[in-house]
Design a binder for this molecule. Structure first.
Ligand SMILES: NC(=O)c1ccc[n+]([C@@H]2O[C@H](COP(=O)([O-])OP(=O)(O)OC[C@H]3O[C@@H](n4cnc5c(N)ncnc54)[C@H](O)[C@@H]3O)[C@@H](O)[C@H]2O)c1
Length: 418
């Protein structure tokens, strides 16, 4: 099949690569010319995709990176995987609208469009279908097929990959479901059909809201357990020995990336808009998780205070700018907020992260340094924020005067866990 993947980011590139590997003729389309140049030069910018893999599919002639929309012509299947951010707290669907308008121009009878971007229930049927119909003069579900399939990519996870993770698929009618199902069945091991695109859209929001709420629960617990003088980490590990009815989540410095800080708000916005109700679980989880960077700073201030030091003028070394371990993704990362708060208080903020090499989205006043004994010893306080495998944690314990460990990876007389 001729496949177009619109948006060559963390979601779209792995999908395009997999489709090309199984033998589809794939156009990786992106409006970002720089990204397309890099792909054409066989250079991957997504952690889980090796440049060598891009080279292989380029050489095989099954992958065509393109920034010219005309390359989308003649597709059998098109997948939309463009950003769905929040703008001033509200869903911004302009990227989906733009992608749909581009595809509408090249839509032919019998072709299929699948939306993968995370969004609120109703987007595929109420927003994407009319744009495709208007631009093409064709009728959705009759002349062409349309569906939704949520992405479940977990960056850095070697066990559960795009191929091995079951994929939920849906269509706006039975023919659309069948067409969307057949395409995904050609690239992943297991597909899970659901009856309605709104169900599939809700699946993604349910999964992420579940994580968001449970992380908020243990974060709040960590704050209060510390106040009560109880080791929350030991309690969490012991609770996880229960073989049924419990799912382990751990506290941290806040949530980041492009899913948890954003997706639940798409759901609460939709509920508010359609039903006039506030989705209280989401609001509460947002509130707790958004306050974790402040809490981390409060703990740091208290620790420096015990040493008769002010934050103003102290050197604080942040270990890990990414939002999670072994990732290079610093988007919406709690490290950004923590760095901003510490800079505001007058700290000399330094940061080490071997994964975040460019476009770190971090305040330019933060000095990027390597993790070495000199940097660790020179810091009045070290903050472990992302426990990358590449970090020599023994070195940190050996040389640090004080460490606040938000991931509970270190032990020693100078270490304090969140
Ligand atoms: N990153 C993840 O782990 C993850 C997981 C599940 C779902 N999602 C969702 O998938 C969607 C995409 O996320 P991502 O992380 O891949 O984003 P990304 O920012 O990494 O990539 C999106 C790409 O789309 C391109 N783009 C924007 N508008 C375009 C247009 N009109 N035509 C062509 N290209 C266009 C951008 O230039 C960018 O390269 C979002 O809805 C996100 O919430 C992401």
């Amino acid at each position: 099949m001729r496949v177009v993947v619109v948006g060559q980011g963390y979601v779209g590139l792995p999908l395009a690569v997999r489709a090309a590997q199984v033998g589809h003729d794939v156009v990786g389309f992106d409006v970002d010319e720089e990204r397309i140049k890099r792909l054409a030069a066989a250079e991957s910018y997504v952690d889980d995709i090796a440049s060598e893999t891009v080279r292989e599919i380029l050489d095989a002639g099954t992958f065509h990176p393109a920034s010219d929309p005309r390359a989308c012509a003649g597709f059998d299947v098109a997948v939309i995987s463009v950003p769905t951010p929040l703008r001033e707290g509200l869903p911004d669907l302009s990227y989906i609208e733009g992608a749909a308008r581009t595809l509408a121009r090249y839509l032919r009878p019998g072709s299929t469009v699948a939306l993968e971007s995370t969004t609120y229930p109703g987007t595929t049927g109420d927003l994407v279908a009319p744009i495709l119909e208007e631009g093409s003069g064709l009728v959705a579900g009759v002349d062409f097929y349309l569906g939704y399939s949520p992405e479940r990519i977990d960056p850095g996870n070697r066990e559960w990959t795009l191929v091995s993770t079951p994929k939920v698929v849906s269509g706006i009618n039975p023919d659309s479901l069948e067409s969307v199902r057949a395409f995904y069945a050609s690239i992943v091991d297991t597909v899970v059909p659901v009856s309605d695109t709104r169900v599939a859209e809700l699946v993604k929001l349910l999964e992420n809201t579940f994580r968001h709420v449970n992380i908020a629960l243990v974060n709040e617990l960590a704050v209060y357990a510390h106040g009560l003088g109880i080791d929350v980490w030991e309690a969490i590990d012991a609770a996880a020995s229960k073989p049924f009815g419990y799912h382990k989540f751990v506290p941290g410095p806040g949530v980041g990336g492009h899913c948890l800080p954003i997706d639940p708000s798409y759901l609460s916005w939709r509920v508010q808009r359609a039903l006039g109700q506030s989705f209280r679980f989401v609001e509460l989880a947002n509130d707790i998780n958004n306050h974790m960077p402040e809490y981390v700073c409060r703990r740091l201030v208290a620790a420096l205070n015990r040493q008769r030091k002010a934050v103003n003028g102290s050197t604080v070394l942040l270990l890990g700018l990414a939002y999670k371990r072994n990732s290079g993704d610093a988007r919406e990362s709690p490290a950004r907020r923590i760095a901003a708060l510490l800079l505001e208080m007058g700290a000399d903020v330094r940061a080490a992260d071997p994964h975040v090499v460019e476009d770190a989205h971090i305040d330019s006043r933060v000095t990027l340094v390597p993790l070495d004994p000199g940097q660790v010893a020179a810091a009045d306080a070290v903050l472990l924020l992302a426990d990358h495998d590449a970090f020599d944690l023994d070195l940190v314990v050996r040389h640090a005067g004080y460490v606040l460990d938000t991931r509970h990876r270190l032990t020693g007389p100078t270490v304090e866990s969140l």
